[in-house]
Design a binder for this molecule. Structure first.
Ligand SMILES: [Zn+2]
Length: 330
């Protein structure tokens, strides 16, 4: 009996399934306890919650709430529940029962009407039984893109807070703002917002070919689109022209904005473009690029997975090239 009860408490999202699956005899036996637990947890039916689409960002938690969600981070790793796939945050009872010591908690916004917090715990904390800490990298190809962004947001907020306890100008203690995501120095009033580093990523094409490069410092033997950080005083478009020229000695034209991706390793924002080749021969910047070549879209080398904007850009080019080919043949 006690075991059944624990199972129900630990798995609120599966209550409905358990009701359906339990044999009638057993159901009668557990029903009194079960119904109490069921009504206590009714708002935590995870199967009914669309984590990907129901998140609304915010910086001030509501004054009162009955339920809450918690993303737990220790030493830059995110707590996952064994056997729960896809990943989800903890509900407030799960968080309390963990018994982990909280260093800091930050409100991130709400999922539906339920407030969501990221909780930073001791970096030396042991993994509680039934849970595991996982790197953000490991989330990349395991969860929906929106959930990856949500967890990335949580990790970046924790990093921002940890790195700005003290003012970078005068060294005095900073305080968290009550109305936005900032910290302010009590002495010299300097403000600190979470740092983002915009960077461009560009798929350069020449007819049916694209220019891909192998990074001199990247792990793994694959070719990718060119990328680089925006410099102070530059427009995004200027960055594209400069980076391509610097890295492979080629001039481009007709930039077309494709889309963006939050890339929290540690705090980039990737802005993706297609660009057409204009002039020049490939001359690689050796400190950055090990090799760069034109590749026909039907004969591409190993390249980034579809979890990154580089993969999306290349795939988008292939689709367009295939469509053109069909039209020519048709
Ligand atoms: Zn200061």
């Amino acid at each position: 009996m006690e075991q059944d009860r624990l199972k129900f408490i630990a798995w609120p999202g599966h209550l409905y399934n358990l009701i359906v699956d339990l044999p009638v005899v057993k159901l009668t036996r557990v029903l009194p306890i079960f119904s109490i637990i069921f009504f206590g947890f009714v708002s935590m039916d995870w199967q009914q919650i669309d984590l990907s689409n129901e998140f609304t960002p915010g910086t001030s938690p509501p004054d009162k709430y009955d339920a809450s969600f918690h993303i737990v981070i220790s030493d830059d790793e995110i707590l996952t529940i064994d056997g729960v796939y896809p990943w989800r945050p903890l509900d407030q009872d799960e968080w309390r029962w963990l018994g982990l010591e909280m260093i800091e908690s930050h409100y991130l916004g709400s999922i539906g009407n339920t407030p969501l917090f990221v909780v930073e715990v001791d970096p030396e904390a042991d993994e509680p039984e039934g849970y595991e800490f996982a790197t953000l990298w490991s989330f990349l190809d395991q969860v929906d893109q929106q959930i990856f962004y949500l967890v990335g947001r949580a990790k970046q907020v924790v990093e921002w807070h940890r790195n700005h306890h003290h003012c970078g100008q005068c060294g005095k203690v900073t305080m968290t703002s009550t109305f936005d995501r900032s910290r302010k120095c009590q002495e010299c009033n300097l403000m600190f917002y979470p740092r983002l580093s915009p960077s461009i990523i560009v798929c350069v094409n020449r007819g049916e070919e694209i220019l891909l490069a192998k990074n001199a410092h990247a792990r793994g033997n694959f070719y990718s689109t060119l990328a680089g950080f925006v410099e102070p005083g530059e427009s995004i478009e200027e960055t594209v022209h400069r980076e391509v020229l610097e890295e492979v000695g080629v001039k481009v034209k007709n930039l077309k904005y494709f889309g963006s991706q939050s890339w929290p390793f540690p705090n980039s924002l990737m802005l993706g473009f297609h660009a057409e080749y204009e002039s020049g021969e490939i001359v690689v910047q050796e400190e950055e690029i090990a090799d760069a070549q034109w590749f026909h879209y039907t004969n591409l080398p190993s390249r980034p997975a579809m979890v990154s904007i580089s993969g999306w850009l290349i795939n988008d080019f292939i689709k367009k090239a295939e469509k053109n080919q069909t039209q020519i043949q048709g």
